[in-house]
Ligand binder design. Structure first.
Ligand SMILES: Nc1ncnc2c1ncn2[C@@H]1O[C@H](COP(=O)(O)OP(=O)(O)OP(=O)(O)O)[C@@H](O)[C@H]1O
Ligand SMILES: O=C(O)c1cc(-c2cccc(F)c2)nc2ccccc12
Ligand SMILES: [Mg+2]
Length: 273
């Protein structure tokens, strides 16, 4: 394994810069690894908060998974270390920040931009599913943008088995497929559903089943109450692909390798990703 993965790191290996953002358990800083001059993102998590939220084991497993994934559209985890009070994750630096902010700024994306993002996410998910890793948490907040504008799946919420993990409802329901909302067994096809939700939000600026109340969103998801507004104008190929992904029966959802052959992707996605 590369030197980075097995080295014993300490804070003195880094020249820590400005904060890039704050997450639930601490801050993320830009940092330079002194010997290599390599710019990274250093995610600092407080042990007390991790302990209080009982997520230590989840963090360890996600770090274990993340450090073994190598794909251009998956944010790299180079290593980790910890001291008395904190756990530090050494992450690939995503120079253009959060996709979420980009989407808020543009309101919605062009079909070419949306298709390019969806195709790169589909390739990243095919890679993960090939390693029996399902994501479960595809949403704009968990996507970052690299220096060349390429998408990076940044979230550590990977699960390695297709087992049914009860989902704390603190996050948005919008992205949950029917089988998760009803918290029954789920498999890799949950990621196809979430990618369909994401594609819709890229094109319309809002997720398809959004409603004021959780109970309302829940109903719309289980009924797959999918409607396409008249504005903004979206091609029928895009609507066709989304309709093939947001299917209640998980085994009937458009397979990811089929998605890459869909005319909407073929005609709109930039092959470089
Ligand atoms: N690798 C990175 N490169 C650039 N900016 C980053 C990176 N990682 C995190 N950030 C910034 O820091 C913010 C907080 O990071 P992050 O979302 O990972 O924390 P978190 O919310 O605690 O983690 P999680 O979303 O897994 O619960 C992000 O919203 C983003 O703005
Ligand atoms: O004091 C520890 O041994 C410790 C280690 C780790 C840890 C170890 C490897 C990888 C990882 F992501 C986290 N997380 C913690 C969270 C809360 C309290 C203590 C710890
Ligand atoms: Mg976050």
């Amino acid at each position: 394994v590369s030197e980075a993965a097995q080295k014993r790191w300490t804070t003195s290996d880094f020249d820590v810069g400005k904060p890039l953002g704050r997450g639930k358990f601490g801050h993320v800083y830009i940092a330079r690894e002194i010997r290599s001059n390599h710019i990274v993102a250093l995610k600092v998590l407080f042990k007390t908060q991790l302990h209080q939220s009982q997520v230590e084991h989840q963090l360890r497993r996600e770090v274990e998974i993340q450090s073994h994934l190598r794909h251009p559209n998956i944010l790299r985890l180079y290593g980790y270390f910890y001291d008395q009070k904190r756990v530090y994750l050494i992450l690939e630096y995503a120079a253009r920040g959060e996709l979420y902010k980009e989407l808020q700024k543009c309101k919605y994306f062009s079909e070419r931009r949306a298709a390019t993002y969806v195709a790169s996410l589909a390739r990243a998910l095919i890679y993960c599913h090939g390693k029996h890793v399902i994501h479960r948490d595809i949403k704009p907040e968990n996507l970052l943008i690299g220096a060349q504008g390429e998408l990076k799946i940044a979230d550590f919420g990977w699960s390695v088995h297709t087992f049914n993990r009860r989902r704390t409802m603190c996050g948005t329901l919008d992205y949950l497929p029917p089988e998760m909302v009803k918290s029954v067994e789920h498999d890799a096809s949950v990621d196809i559903w979430s990618l369909g939700i994401l594609c819709y939000e890229f094109l319309y600026g809002v997720p398809p089943f959004e409603a004021r109340e959780h109970s309302e969103t829940y109903k719309r998801i289980v009924q797959v109450d999918l409607k396409f507004p008249p504005k903004p104008i979206v091609s029928s190929y895009a609507k066709d692909m989304i309709s093939q992904m947001l299917v209640k029966e998980s085994t009937q959802r458009l397979a990811l390798h089929k998605l890459l052959e869909h005319p909407w992707i073929v005609q709109n996605a930039d092959p470089s990703g």
